[in-house]
Ligand binder design. Structure first.
Ligand SMILES: [Mg+2]
Length: 350
């Protein structure tokens, strides 16, 4: 049995601004750009009472709530707080999947903290977040990943909700389908047109009916509603490689023609590496060749920086395997070495 915790800060950006500027603490507040056409990223609870929501235009929000104070965001501050929160999570588990600056899934199945009680861990994590940052978070705890996310919304703000293993069945049966992550407004309307409103409705139809009438999405929805989809915290979103390739309009007919493409490919790869600031994390160079008969081959070598000589060697080696077949595609790439905490660092920059 898995134990997932979903932690979600309460109207994070707005809460940070209220914390740092007492003049904003008791007014309807939203974070957004200044232009009339801009949209809000977060609203505090006072503003939400007027119907103000994130992703709403500034203009629309002001119509609903004329006293709304809109301030620009301070991303650098939010990122720093996010790093503090991440350090707290890391005390409990290595299996952390951040969804954004202020939200993450934790898999605490094998954690020995709090004698293994995920409920107590969630309470303690929220307390530590408050003690460290002065901000509140909500949590959901469940043996199924997506249920943890739904649960973190149940007692917001500054609360938590636990779905125990023997409560999963009832929870899913009465679950409105619109609460399932991935079921948006349009999808929900389509499901409702077919008479599907809750998990119990989906289960009653059975997996074959769902496949026939809704397709593959229907099957995965059925699995979720039936409690068959446990989910997995994914810590593997880190980039492990970066490559560029080009398919040529006219095949390259010999090795020299292939090698003459190297400078251009290297320029492109350099640009991409610069953009993502990955230059100092290269641990491998690779070359890919696709021949006219669609056979693909590749060659690689450990190395810590871009090097035209090595790419030349690798391309020659790969080309030789084609026995003089024309080449339709060439690519070069690098392996990227991992870095402590990089997963979080990268994801908060998204
Ligand atoms: Mg949040």
């Amino acid at each position: 049995m898995k134990k997932f915790i979903h932690i979600d800060m309460d109207c994070f950006y707005a809460a940070v601004e209220m914390r740092d500027n007492p003049a904003l603490a008791n007014v309807p507040l939203a974070i957004g750009g200044n232009s009339r056409r801009g949209v809000l990223s977060t609203a505090n609870y006072i503003a939400r009472k007027y119907g103000v929501r994130s992703a709403m235009s500034n203009y629309h929000a002001k119509q609903l709530c004329p006293d709304l104070v809109i301030v620009p965001g301070r991303m650098q501050v939010y990122k720093e707080i996010s790093t503090q929160i991440r350090a707290i999570f890391a005390k409990y588990t290595d299996l952390i999947e951040p969804l954004s600056l202020d939200e993450a899934y934790l898999d605490v199945t094998d954690s020995t903290a709090c004698k293994g009680s995920a409920t107590l861990m969630a309470e303690q994590i929220r307390q530590e977040i408050y003690d460290t940052t002065g901000l509140t978070a909500s949590a959901g705890v469940a043996p199924i990943k997506f249920i943890a996310k739904i649960a973190s919304d149940e007692n917001k703000p500054n609360g938590q909700f636990v779905v125990l293993p023997d409560q999963v069945d009832d929870f899913l049966a009465s679950l409105p389908l619109g609460k399932i992550p991935g079921v948006g407004k349009v999808t929900l309307e389509k499901l409702q047109l077919k008479g599907l409103y809750t998990g119990a409705d989906v289960r009653a139809k059975g997996v074959n009916w769902m496949q026939q009438h809704i397709g593959n999405f229907g099957v995965s929805l059925y699995q979720k509603c039936a409690g068959e989809y446990v989910g997995k915290v994914s810590t593997e979103r880190v980039r492990k490689s970066l490559s560029v390739e080009h398919t040529y309009e006219y095949n390259k007919n010999n090795l020299d023609e292939c090698l003459s493409q190297l400078p251009r490919l290297m320029d492109e790869l350099t640009r991409r590496l610069d953009k993502q600031q990955l230059n100092n994390r290269i641990n491998k160079l690779s070359v890919k060749v696709k021949f006219a008969n669609f056979v693909v081959t590749s060659a690689d070598q450990s190395h810590h920086q871009l090097d035209e000589r090595i790419f030349t060697e690798l391309m020659s080696k790969a080309y030789e395997r084609g026995n003089d077949q024309p080449v339709r595609l060439l690519g070069i790439g690098v392996g990227i070495k991992s870095q402590a905490h990089e997963h979080f660092q990268l994801s908060i920059l998204d």
